[in-house]
Write a protein that binds this ligand. Structure first.
Ligand SMILES: C[S@@+](CC[C@H](N)C(=O)[O-])C[C@H]1O[C@@H](n2cnc3c(N)ncnc32)[C@H](O)[C@@H]1O
Length: 305
């Protein structure tokens, strides 16, 4: 449990498990996240190994964990490929990752060599990530907080700064000011896997806060979920079965592409692409059994006017 009384995000662990399961297994040559496994603890690695081996375990709980990681792996492959591509195409000196979870891009993408990365996350999740980084001996700047060199692991970004922010209550702009982000310079914003967990008003407020710090030449890469009747049935079932399947983090807002485009336009951001993950999965020839989740997951790229 973090200082704010909320536990670290379980869905952040799940998507990390998905990336670890898919690494070297799906869309090889386009998708890779070799660091994901290092951020996982022993028990979390068990379903990852089972999915990689393709051996479903016995027992209800183990089977649920297996299926969750397998389905998540399908979703994160096209999502990661799309986002990595968008970030590589729009490198700026500043990258802000909103709701960073166990994202590894600051340690993984060589294109960020001249970019300062701000990881923004709920305080409890960020604390958990920093503990995991320390355990994995992946230090934010190649050195730990006391300046000791922890490991010779390639730190691909210029530097990584952490800004603990609860997007439902905290002032994102003030936190980024305090962490040294410069709103007069172009910024690439990444918002992956977070929008569904925020209410509409919180999404609106976050976009407004982003827009207020978006200089010309900036871009926002946002992953969100669009509504679908089948997904709604799935969520209802999940609610009935209990919160273990949603890790206690229910979805709060879904956006039709035109609604998302309108929200971004109101804030001076023009959508230049918006793709669904199922189409992307097909182009990658990556597994697509979870068609409903893939079809409703989207990655949009918007640029400042
Ligand atoms: C599914 S995880 C996605 C993590 C990461 N972006 C990724 O795709 O691997 C959801 C993330 O949203 C963050 N999040 C959810 N609600 C939040 C809030 N109110 N304020 C800040 N972050 C939040 C969680 O802490 C978690 O890191």
């Amino acid at each position: 449990m973090g200082e704010s009384g909320r536990a670290a995000s379980r869905t952040a662990v799940l998507v990390c498990q998905g990336r670890a399961a898919a690494d070297g297994r799906a869309a090889v040559g386009r998708f890779a996240d070799p660091l994901a496994i290092r951020l996982l603890r022993d028990a979390e690695r068990v379903p990852v190994a089972e999915v990689r081996a393709g051996t479903a375990p016995q027992g209800w709980q183990a089977r649920v964990a297996f299926e969750s990681v397998r389905a998540c792996a399908e979703v994160v492959v096209p999502r990661t490929v799309a986002i990595d591509g968008a970030l590589r195409a729009r490198v700026t000196g500043q990258l802000v990752v909103l709701g960073a979870g166990l994202d590894t891009r600051a340690w993984r993408l060589p294109e960020l060599a001249r970019t300062t990365v701000w990881e923004v996350d709920h305080p409890a999740s960020q604390q958990d990530k920093r503990a995991r980084l320390a355990e994995a001996a992946i230090a934010p700047h190649g050195a730990d907080e006391n300046g000791r060199i922890a490991v010779e692991l390639p730190v691909t970004a210029r530097s990584v700064r952490f800004a603990p922010v609860d997007l439902t209550v905290d002032d994102l702009g003030a936190a980024l000011d305090a962490a040294g982000h410069d709103p007069s310079q172009p910024t690439t914003w990444l918002w992956e896997g977070v929008v569904p967990y925020l209410a509409r008003s919180e999404v609106r407020a976050t976009v407004a806060a982003v827009a207020a710090r978006t200089a010309p030449g900036s871009a926002l890469v946002v992953n969100y979920q669009s509504p679908s009747a089948r997904a709604a049935v799935g969520r209802l079932l999940t609610r009935v079965l209990g919160s273990s399947l949603t890790s206690g983090e229910p979805w709060r807002s879904l956006w039709k592409p035109q609604q998302m485009a309108a929200l971004l336009a109101e804030n001076g951001l023009r959508v230049v692409s918006d793709d669904d993950l199922l189409t992307l999965a097909h182009t990658l020839d990556s597994p697509a059994l979870s068609r409903t989740s893939l079809r409703s997951g989207r990655v949009a790229v918007a640029v400042s006017h």
